[in-house]
Design a protein around this ligand. Structure first.
Ligand SMILES: Cc1ncc(COP(=O)(O)O)c(C=O)c1O
Length: 380
């Protein structure tokens, strides 16, 4: 049996005709730049997240970048985030000439640990603390970060929160007594529509969502090189626009999103049952206050991880390692002065985690084969 880590072809037949139709509408309209589908998608995604504004951008990376630009984060500023995420999270901080400041993750949820964040901030000099302009919690793998305590800390220290929601659209958290979706708790949420996300386009795409009207206006201006009105520039932005074609495709997919989340959740339950008790395998945990994990990835923490990966490859099962090197050990961040051992939970996660195949169309037969193969490796 051959099982790929993600099989987009399995989803295609259910939406192919509708996709082609909606793309044809755009082709015929010739409104390729910021056509009406972009505004419609912005409205629908913002409503889905429970906020008022959405600004479609060209990628999740651009969503993060333009958010920091809209906050006017720059040289001398610090942006606090996790050392364990996709590169874009830290990369955008350096791209606005600010410095990433890392705090370790909680080893069970893989998300920024509020206790580590508080310890870091309280241990800083008053002058340095004032330089911390923003915090970027990442809702890794599809599970919300611990937003209650993180927002309390941010409010206490006057830090703006940009949520990196790239992997977690729709994930829910019990925020200050009310269920909230990711992106609706901080100042803004940044989404990616990279094809492997639960809501993936036919190429790159992203969105910033926010309930703050002034911030939304600023992002919208920066999306078109900082022009308002056109050709008049009070700010320097970029070309961060979402293509109309991508918006049209995403509008076809959005109504299916909840059903696709449920498909992944059911498959996660099945893996949980099948892999419980396998020595050497840690299963993904849903932390308290998370009412909704969307399982963009199903992550196991595995003893002899690299050997297991090879073994599964030999069985025709492809898996992925997200992420083998935490940010503080990446050569490009050497100048920050961190060293091995600074963030033990992130380093452990980088050394042990493995993403096994998960998508709504994965069959019970495929799952049994994956479970059986993992059990065989550990002789469980
Ligand atoms: C956590 C995280 N942040 C940011 C991004 C960047 O998104 P994009 O690939 O759309 O630029 C990704 C994409 O994989 C991601 O996983």
């Amino acid at each position: 049996m051959k099982i790929t880590q993600l099989d987009l072809k399995a989803q295609l037949p259910s939406i192919r005709e509708e996709l082609l139709h909606s793309l044809t509408v755009v082709v015929d309209s010739t409104q390729y730049i910021l056509g009406p589908q972009v505004a419609e998608l912005e409205k629908q995604v913002a409503a889905y997240c429970g906020v008022r504004f959405g600004i479609g951008v060209a990628s999740g990376t651009d969503a993060l970048l333009v958010s920091l630009m809209a906050l006017d984060v720059g040289p001398d500023d610090l942006v606090l985030t996790t050392p364990y995420s996709f590169f874009a999270t830290a990369g955008v901080i350096s791209r606005v000439h600010a410095k990433p400041l890392f705090a370790d993750i909680d080893p069970e949820s893989y998300n920024l640990d509020p206790q580590q964040v508080r310890q870091l901030l309280t241990g800083m000099s008053h002058a340095d603390r004032k330089r911390v302009r923003a915090m970027m919690p990442v809702h890794l793998y599809g599970q919300s970060a611990e937003m209650g305590p993180l927002m309390d800390i941010a409010d206490e220290f006057g830090i703006k929160v940009v949520e990196d929601c790239a992997q977690a659209i729709g994930a829910r958290y019990d925020f200050r007594g009310k269920p909230a979706r990711v992106g609706a708790m901080g100042l803004c949420g940044c989404f990616s529509f990279f094809p492997s996300k639960n809501l993936g386009g036919l190429g790159d795409g992203g969105m910033v969502v926010t309930d703050d009207e002034a911030f939304a206006d600023q992002v919208r201006i920066l999306r078109v090189h900082g022009a308002k009105p056109v050709y008049f520039h009070s700010f320097i932005g970029g070309n961060f626009r979402l293509d109309t074609l991508q918006a049209a495709a995403l509008l076809v997919k959005l109504p299916h999103l909840e059903e696709w989340h449920r498909g992944r959740q059911d498959r996660a339950d099945y893996f949980d049952k099948g892999l419980t008790g396998v020595p050497g395998v840690g299963l993904p945990k849903i932390a308290s206050r998370r009412e909704y994990h969307i399982y963009n990835q199903y992550i196991i923490a595995a003893d002899r991880r690299n050997e297991l990966k090879e073994f599964l490859a030999g069985k025709g099962i492809s898996t992925a390692i997200y992420y083998p090197v935490p940010f503080h050990l990446q050569p490009c961040f050497e100048y920050l002065g961190y060293k091995q051992g600074d963030f033990p939970a992130s380093e452990r996660a980088a050394a042990t985690t493995l993403a096994i195949p998960i998508y709504p169309e994965l069959t019970a037969e495929q799952q049994d084969y994956i479970i059986g193969s993992i059990r065989e490796f550990y002789q469980a």
